[in-house]
Design a protein. Structure first.
Length: 205
């Protein structure tokens, strides 16, 4: 899936598609409000009522778009993780590093706390984990996969390079550092990008 085709529409209620077009400003206010509240109170204390109040909209307006706080939060995460991801610039190593830096910025704040909540509460709140996996975590990884697959087609990396293993290593480098509580050293993303490309290997010949 191309990053250009990712949006929050699949997370919004289908019943709101008829009638007047939705306000993009209102949509943005809702998702910004949900993200701020996640930072302030966390997922468990979040409610649809608080999101509506923070966004300055009525609850009917909110429920027209989303049926639950899990859907709002997943849409907010989608917006911050994917819609604001850096666009490729044509330098493979720099593009990988830019994506890794973006993962760090998003996940090192609200994202990591939210993911921790999802894992702890997965049995009681399975919808949130499912929505995050389907609409953010997997598509987010697809951005890196697309970078590497395009590079392979251009002959910039080995034709038989293990892209899936490279993805696991690159994304896992963030979690390994973050969970260990170690600071991210200067140039962390560039070093991981370089290691990822060494793992994949240069093109033959």
């Amino acid at each position: 899936m191309s990053i250009d085709k990712l949006d929050t529409t699949p997370l919004q209620r289908a019943g709101g598609a008829r009638g007047r077009p939705r306000s993009a400003e209102c949509d943005g206010a809702i998702l910004d409000a949900a993200w701020r509240l996640l930072e302030q109170v966390g997922y468990l204390k979040l409610s649809m009522e608080r999101i509506a109040q923070e966004a300055g909209v009525g609850k009917p307006t909110l429920y027209l778009r989303y049926s639950s706080k899990a859907e709002v939060v997943a849409a907010a995460f989608l917006r911050n993780r994917l819609h604001r991801a850096p666009r490729p610039r044509g330098d493979l190593r720099a593009d990988i590093a830019a994506q890794l830096d973006h993962i760090r910025v998003v996940m090192d704040g609200v994202g990591m706390c939210l993911l921790g909540t999802c894992l702890v509460e997965e049995d009681s709140a399975p919808d949130l984990m499912r929505l995050l996996r389907e609409h953010s975590l997997r598509p987010g990884r697809q951005i890196l996969r697309d970078l590497l697959e395009r590079a392979r087609r251009r002959g910039e990396i080995a034709a038989d390079g293990d892209i899936e293993a490279a993805l696991q290593m690159a994304v896992g480098a963030f979690y390994a550092t973050r969970i260990a509580g170690d600071p991210f050293p200067p140039g962390w993303a560039d070093r991981v990008a370089a290691a990822t490309l060494r793992m994949l290997g240069p093109p033959a010949g």
